[in-house]
Structures are given as C-alpha cells and as structure tokens.
Design a protein around this ligand. Sequence first.
Ligand SMILES: Nc1ncnc2c1ncn2[C@@H]1O[C@H](COP(=O)(O)OP(=O)(O)OP(=O)(O)O)[C@@H](O)[C@H]1O
Ligand SMILES: [Mg+2]
Length: 410
Amino acid sequence: MARRDERELWVALDIGTSKCRVLVGQVMPEGHMEVISEGVAECRGVNRGDVVNIEATITAIRRAVENAEQLGSCRIGSVNVGTSGPHIQGHNSTGVAPVRGREVTQKDVESVIDAAKAVLIPADQRIFHVIPQEFMVDGRDGIHDAVGMHGVRLEARVHLITGSEGAQLNVRKCVERSDLVLDNFFVPHITAAEAVLLPEERALGVGLIDIGAGTSDIAIHRGGAIRHSAVLAMGGNLVTNDISMAFRTPAPSAEQIKIEHGCAWPQMVTGNDVIEVRGVGEGPVRQLSRQTLSEVIWARYDEIFRFILRELRRSETDEMIKSGGLVLTGGAAAMPGVVELAEQIFDMPVRIGLPHNISGPDALLRDPSAAAAAGLLLAAHRVGLQRPRDSGANAAQWLKGVKEWFAKNF
Ligand SMILES: Nc1ncnc2c1ncn2[C@@H]1O[C@H](COP(=O)(O)OP(=O)(O)OP(=O)(O)O)[C@@H](O)[C@H]1O
Ligand SMILES: [Mg+2]
C-alpha cells in the first residue's frame, strides 16, 4: 500500500463477524515481515462472515483503517482483504493435458491447471483460489514440480475454493466505498495457515480450524497442500447467545462474562467461584456459579467440535491428520479448556495457533484471533501483487508513531 524510505508496507484487512482488523506490515531487510501498526473496530455489518449491512461494514472498515493510519502515521490506499462465509466451499478436481512425449513446459502446467478448473459450479458461484496439490506424469504421482519431466500425459490434482460472486461483490463495494483499492482477496483458511503452521506439519497432515464469532473455517493440509476445506456457520457468538439466554442477561454482559470467567472444560473449574450477572433492564443483579457457566460453554463448544468432526469424517480426512492433529485459531480458540475438550472429542493432538512466522507486538503474537490477519499479510507478500503507492505521511511523523506504538505494546 505504501513505500516510505524505500520500505515496502503491506496492508491486511480482515473483515470478520465481530470486528474489522487492519494490520500494516513491513518487510525487514532480512526478509521477514514485521507488523508495524494495527487498527481494530467493532463490526455490526457482518453476519456469519457475510456482509449484511453495507453502511455498517463501511463504518467499521473506515474506523479500523483510521486507527491503523494514526498508529503507524501512514496513509493506507489499498488493502488485501480476507473474509469468510458459509458460501465458501472447497472442491478437489483433476485436469488432464497431453504432452506427447516431449518435456513438460510451464505452459503445459498452466493448461492442465486450467483444465482442472473446468468443474460444474452453481451459476452464482465463482472460483476464488486454485491450489495445486500434485502433478502426475503418465500416472506417476507425487510430483510437485512437473516442468522439465518427460511423458505423454500430464495430470494435475487441485483444490478449488469457490464462493458466491454476490458476497464478494458486496465486500468489494464496502472496501471501495471506504476509499480503498482492493488488491487481493483471500479466504481465512489459506491466510491463517501462512502465519501458524510449520512446513513439516503441512507435509505430515494437519487440520487448521479458525473459530471466529460467526464461522468455523476448516482446512486440511497434507503433502504441503490443502486437501479439503469447508466453512461451518458456527462460532463464538453462539456461546455468547447461550450464556445470554441461560442467565437472562443482555448480550454485551454475556460476552464480558464469557471472556472474563469462561472455561470450556468444567473439570478445570475448581472451588465455588461465584460471578455477578446483570439482569435484563432494571432486573436485579444475580449470582451464578462459575461451574454452571462452564457447563453452558462446554455444551456449545462440544456441539461445534462434533459438527467439525462430522465434516472431517464425511470428507474422509480425519485419518489424514491423526499424527499432526489440529491447530485452532480465531478468537473463540482463546477460551480456556478448548484444547482439553478438542483432544477428547477428536482423539488427536490439538494446539492453539498463534502467529509465529511474523514479528510484531507481543499482544498480537499471543492472540489467536490475529492469526488470519497476520497470515493475510504474509499471503499478500507471497503473492506479491499488491500495488505500491506513495504514503502521505512524512518520515519523521511515521517513525514517531511507530515508536509510540512499540513503547505501548512491548
Ligand atoms: N478470551 C476469549 N475467550 C473466549 N472467547 C473469546 C475470547 N476472545 C474472543 N473470543 C470470541 O471470539 C470471537 C471473535 O473471534 P474472531 O475475532 O476470530 O472473529 P471474527 O473474525 O470477527 O469472526 P468470523 O471469522 O467468524 O467472521 C467472539 O465470539 C468472541 O466472543
Ligand atoms: Mg475471522
């Protein structure tokens, strides 16, 4: 989005059900990405990953961008955008192209991938990403780079991620009406993986699940590529709603109780801790045991995990990730006890995925909800299609802002 003193800045805009998060990253001379500014704003225009209110989404985007601009003393002109939604679906496909005994060229690879894209998808959907899994030359599989090999017949296995064109146009409209240029569009199961997964995990087989406020995004990696992906319309908002209903308290108070006192594994709650709960309207303040709260939270997480398990079994990918296990990201993964509960349900190792392939303030690197945005920066840099443009701030101002932000966050 900007060039300042020959430094390239990259911008990620993660449009989520609960908030819009902007990260500004700089590629350091040694080559790694460092987050130099962040802006977060509550979002009321998105439901289960989908834009349902354009004006409210624009307000959230503008606020998040302004916050990041102020903190980093830079002007943001264009953004790499990540969004989710149950309309986003994953499909495996195979393409075939003749080589007729000569060497496979880059052009052959492009045409076989094009052939793999020729699948029947509903008229309102379009292909967002094409992720090559492997190539086969005359039936010999496991080839990652087919260029230069000899054969008669080239095949490509790919994972296609499709989604609703209308939903993507709504996101584009919100971004453009916030006076920003949309550089690239990513889905979170691709981006979060960039920030949290290790190459050996991706090779061995690992499942990444980003549990946000409105959706749970599932991506199964093996052999270095995505083998299966799906989005379930379930997330942390359901837990908040349950607390709100069970204890007859308004949603903001339920959210606060959940974050301050929640636990998804009732065995971890010891003693007789009591929490004060505000009633609806003028209702009296009541007392609630932390054990009871934990049972309500456990029941919903248990249900979400069982839906995910069903998806893994349906797609026959559960066995693929038995040794690598699961990595959980997204704000809902910050709930104490989720690892214990998930290990019991999935019967495999589970860990929380924190952004580690990137540097930045400690608070950001400890936050699983930041994984998607952090990975978005890395994915944007990798794809390298972002258009550089001039920043409006002067160098001294920019440096001052960065120093203040670091002083506050480290
Ligand atoms: N410490 C915490 N403990 C439990 N839940 C938390 C915690 N912090 C955040 N959450 C929950 O995480 C959810 C927000 O996560 P996140 O920021 O990843 O979602 P999002 O990106 O806005 O939504 P989505 O990806 O579903 O569109 C909310 O439901 C929130 O209540
Ligand atoms: Mg999200």
